[in-house]
Design a protein around this ligand. Structure first.
Ligand code: 9MR
Length: 353
């Protein structure tokens, strides 16, 4: 028997299918239904489709308007990091994060908190100090507690610990690891849970989309944390891919093995860069990869959604970090659709929910 909720869901799905099929030109007419957005299509599968945004980008109104209409989720690119939120010890500044949360909620987007604990973008007072284990533990606990409490009810998930593993699956020698040992990860998760009982708590990293030493290390860690009753709810696969590095090995199988551990999985920072100039063949390969990542997420029930790390080539971290590389996103600098956009759309439309 169909419950009312199921009937509503079925009706919504039918409506969205009709919207998805509507030619894009209908979007121009105020009297017609708009074409389905990527987030509309993802919702048919119970997923979200999002994009990160950095605070200065909100002033680019063409960009922020499309962010607000096309996507159902956002992540602050920098606004919730430690250097932004606790610029002096014990002095918290939530301005940048709040700006994005307020914008997102006004547009109906949900927000992923990023990030509580990372070796990078730490404030000077923290990196230049010499701390005993007890001091650093108190600093970390206070930071996590204050930032999570401030955002309680405003973010649905937190990247609690970001990029804590090396490529070979050993722990990164961060200030936290070196001073506190590996137990800092469980502590961080517990402090985050104490500050917000409802938010989803994630570990998040890059180069973990496929099977390999690094994803094995997270698999073992999450399994151990679960066995010890430590609150861990999800695994974030950043997915900063590059055509010249090849497509990761068995993404679907990898997502599935984490789901089978009893955690959610999210694709948290997807972009697919290439060596410039981009030619048609590369853009077609990029499109294929975007489609494959989307399908891999849709294939596993517990893969909850996909976030692009910015959505247009006009606002991307790639060119400044990897000179000579770029063209990593599904929209070009003029907010025109690239083949990758159609590939994502096709993957969202083709998959069975
Ligand atoms: O997008 C962020 C960029 O603006 C910053 O300059 C950079 C500094 O490290 O961080 C970028 O975001 C990173 C994210 O927080 C964690 N995963 C890798 C992302 C790209 O570097």
């Amino acid at each position: 028997m169909r419950t009312p909720a199921r009937r509503t869901a079925a009706a919504l799905a039918a409506l969205l299918l009709c919207l998805a099929a509507a030619p894009a030109t209908h979007a121009a007419s105020p009297h017609r239904h708009r074409a389905a957005t990527l987030d509309d299509l993802a919702r048919q599968h119970g997923r979200y489709f999002g994009s990160a945004v950095d605070n200065p980008e909100l002033a680019d109104t063409a960009y922020s308007d499309l962010l607000g209409s096309e996507f159902g989720q956002t992540t602050p690119g920098n606004g919730m990091k430690w250097d932004a939120t606790e610029p002096r010890r014990g002095v918290f500044d939530f301005t940048a994060g709040d700006e994005i949360v307020n914008y997102a909620h006004a547009k109906g987007l949900k927000v992923r908190g990023h990030t509580l604990l990372w070796h990078s973008q730490l404030p000077n007072w923290l990196t230049s100090g010499t701390w005993t284990a007890d001091e650093l533990r108190a600093i970390l606990k206070s930071h996590i507690t204050q930032v999570v409490k401030h955002n309680r009810g405003k973010v649905f998930a937190w990247d609690v610990a970001n990029e804590i593993m090396n490529e070979d699956g050993t722990y990164r020698q961060s200030i936290f690891y070196k001073t506190l040992g590996p137990g800092y990860v469980a502590d961080a998760l517990r402090w985050a849970r104490a500050a917000d009982p409802n938010v989803k708590l994630y570990l998040n990293d890059y180069n973990v989309e496929g099977l390999g030493a690094k994803s094995d290390a997270y698999y073992a860690l999450i399994k151990q944390l679960k066995a010890e009753g430590v609150p861990v709810d999800g695994f974030g696969m950043q997915a900063h891919l590059a055509l010249q590095h090849g497509f990761p090995n068995d993404v679907r199988g990898n997502i599935r093995r984490f789901a089978d551990l009893g955690v959610d999985v999210a694709v948290t920072e997807l972009d697919i860069r290439m060596i410039l100039p981009a030619d048609e063949t590369e853009l077609a390969q990029q499109a294929d990869w975007y489609g494959k990542m989307t399908s891999a997420c849709l294939a596993v029930r517990r893969c909850v959604g996909i976030t692009l790390w910015g959505y247009s080539d006009g606002h991307s971290w790639i060119p400044s970090t990897f000179p000579g590389e770029g063209a990593a996103l599904p929209w070009d600098e003029n907010l025109g659709h690239k083949p990758a956009y159609d590939a994502i759309r096709n993957a969202l439309t083709a998959a069975r929910s």
